[in-house]
Design a protein around this ligand. Structure first.
Ligand code: NAD
Length: 346
């Protein structure tokens, strides 16, 4: 673990196995400097246990940065469950997961991420007090993805303002990769603003639904990188900005909800050199965790969520402005601010 390339002085990396339910889970706590760690749970059919650990390490570090940039009293943590989210779910699995979270005694709060829905977290919540994004109960905040999508939309406007001189999306083309929870809601905002949408997903039903509601044009998952678009918005999985895809992306802005979009941090400089304005992923997609944090606080209020989201989008604007004026990558500026905030609390 201590030699692992993604190990970044994580405070704890916990592996759980439950023979009865088949649960295989890793919970990584990167930092609790700003408060108890908070971050979603991902269910994914990893190719190996090593891939699973890498994901947990990277995602939990990203949550430290995300929570710091969103001004939340939380450190970074993430849970990953090894399994197929379409075929591998059971009530017993999520009860066992809830017990795993509970055993950390509040050092980590869980919520939804890829492959995990509100019903799964609701079951886990029967065994732990440290689950948020619940469907029922006082202060329950439900699915965080509408707030994530709203933040991504507002962040896209900030990018457009700087890249095109105007936040007016009327007639602009946006290539949206992934039209699941976040991508689906995002397309509604973009369509309402008059943007022309080109969408790709591996889920035909999701594509049909969004195309019907927004008039979006559908392309194959591979073709989305080649679309003549003003904005490329990744809302599926990570590592989509890499040397191969960068050569193909025509857009002047990369801004979307997916976590870990850059295959390596150096891609930030490559994007800058290519004249592409990149909205650092963990800044633009912080809306969901703001919604979750409101529930954790025990006093959920939409006004508080909206206020925090507004400050987050201002922070994104400041990151973009500083990077543009200093000719440095946007992710370098965001990383520095996040690290400063965590260090100040340590
Ligand atoms: P989701 O599972 O609802 O949606 C993901 C979509 O991507 C699915 O429709 C899936 O079919 C599609 N997809 C998978 N592989 C693809 C491919 N190769 N090409 C195109 N599409 C593909 O998940 P989500 O909650 O919408 O999250 C999307 C991304 O946003 C993830 O990276 C997640 O970590 C991140 N994120 C989500 C939230 C949230 O509030 N849900 C918050 C912050 C970050």
């Amino acid at each position: 673990m201590f030699d692992h390339p993604s190990f970044d002085a994580h405070e704890g990396v916990h592996a759980f196995h439950d023979a009865a339910s088949g649960l295989r889970c890793v919970i990584a706590i990167h930092s609790t400097a700003l408060g108890p760690a908070a971050g979603g749970c991902r269910m994914w059919d990893y190719a190996s246990g090593a891939d699973m650990i890498t994901d947990a390490l990277r995602l939990s570090q990203g949550m430290s940065y995300k929570n710091a940039m969103a001004g939340l009293p939380h450190g970074g943590g993430k849970a990953v469950i090894w399994g197929d989210s379409h075929t591998g779910k059971s009530r017993e699995l999520f009860l066992a997961f809830g017990r795993a979270v509970e055993s950390l005694q509040g050092r980590y709060y869980t919520a939804e991420d890829v492959g995990i829905d509100v019903a799964d977290i609701q079951i886990a919540g029967e065994e732990t007090a440290y689950a948020a994004g619940l469907a029922e109960g006082e202060d329950a905040s439900g699915d965080p993805s509408p707030v994530t999508a709203r933040g991504v939309y507002l962040g896209i406007l900030e990018c457009a303002r700087r890249a095109f001189g105007s936040a007016d999306l009327n007639g602009r083309t946006v290539a949206v990769q992934g039209v699941g929870s976040v991508g689906g809601y995002l397309c509604q905002h973009l369509a309402k603003a008059g943007a022309r949408l080109v969408i790709a997903d591996v889920d035909q039903a999701a594509l049909d639904e969004v195309a019907e509601a927004t008039g979006a044009r559908i392309v194959s998952p591979e073709a989305i990188y080649d679309v003549e678009a003003d904005i490329f918005s990744p809302n599926a999985l990570g590592a989509v900005i890499n040397p191969d895809t960068l050569k193909r992306i025509r857009a002047k802005v990369v801004a979307g909800g997916a976590n870990n979009q850059l295959v390596t941090p150096e891609m930030g400089e490559k994007l800058r050199e290519a004249g592409i304005l990149y909205a650092p992923d963990y800044v633009i997609n912080g809306g969901g965790i703001i919604n979750v944090a409101a529930e954790i606080s025990g006093q959920y209020a939409t006004q508080w969520v909206d206020g925090k989201l507004g400050v987050l989008i201002d922070t994104l604007g400041n990151v973009l402005d500083e990077a543009l004026s200093a000719n440095v990558p946007t992710n370098t500026v965001a990383d520095r601010i996040a690290r400063e905030r965590i260090a100040a609390a340590s």
